[in-house]
Design a protein around this ligand. Structure first.
Ligand code: C5P
Ligand code: MG
Length: 217
């Protein structure tokens, strides 16, 4: 495998690139199939956030002609493993800079990230401190059913029974510790993701209001 640091060095800074008083970052976590993307779309519509999905950015990089990481990303995604964080952190930083420069949007929902402690620490050290983490809590049997359904049309290489099993394992072993870490800091907003998308969104809106985050005029 080529050295990741050749083309996408992990940002090496002692201070975050963006000031969290100026740039808002909300992490959106939850198991695969918990409904993160669906709820983020609602929040973009009503609150004007910029939605950045780490998984979508990785899939785009995987398909980008000339990417030296394409094959590596493909393998990690199929196996439900977490891609080395240098790649993901840099893709997010680039996408944030782009949204700030070209859309003037400084409010971000960062979906499916951080999925591993090293991502969380590196991002907050080098890119931006998060405001809080929105966590969609959902039982595995519900997520499994949603993913298998989605797999009929998503065309995703990892929406199949075998990959789903691996993704659940990664979620429990690698991503839940991130949620626990932010819980200890009192920075997690938990939403029950079992009900219908409409009911889940009602709860999200209520909790955002409690956090002082207002809808677009
Ligand atoms: O969030 P999503 O389900 O789209 O992520 C798909 C895959 O992308 C994950 O299973 C994982 O392989 C990779 N990924 C990652 N690090 C992240 C987000 C996604 O490695 N922070
Ligand atoms: Mg998603």
């Amino acid at each position: 495998m080529p050295a990741i640091t050749q083309e996408l060095p992990a940002p090496n800074r002692t201070k975050p690139l963006f000031d969290s008083n100026d740039v808002t970052v909300i992490f959106v976590l939850g198991g695969p199939g918990a409904g993160k993307g669906t709820q983020c779309a609602n929040l973009v519509r009503d609150y004007g956030f910029k939605h950045l999905s780490a998984g979508d950015l990785l899939r785009a990089e995987q398909d980008r002609e000339g990417s030296q990481f394409g094959d590596m990303i493909k393998e990690y995604i199929r196996d439900g493993k977490i891609v080395p964080m240098e790649v993901t952190v840099q893709l997010l930083e680039n996408a944030m800079q782009d949204a700030i420069d070209n859309e003037g949007n400084k409010r971000f929902l960062i979906d499916g990230f951080p999925r591993k402690m090293d991502q969380a620490l590196k991002f907050e050290e080098a890119v931006c401190l998060s405001k809080f983490t929105l966590f969609f809590d959902c039982p595995e049997d519900v997520m499994q059913e949603r993913l298998l359904n989605r797999g009929k049309t998503s065309g995703r290489s990892d929406d199949n029974a075998e990959s789903i099993k691996k993704r659940f394992k990664t979620f429990v072993e690698t991503s839940m510790p991130v949620v626990k870490h932010y819980e200890k800091e009192g920075k997690v907003v938990i939403v029950d993701a079992t009900p219908t998308p409409e009911n889940v969104y009602e709860d999200v809106k209520k909790k955002f209001a409690e956090k002082g985050i207002e809808e677009k005029a």
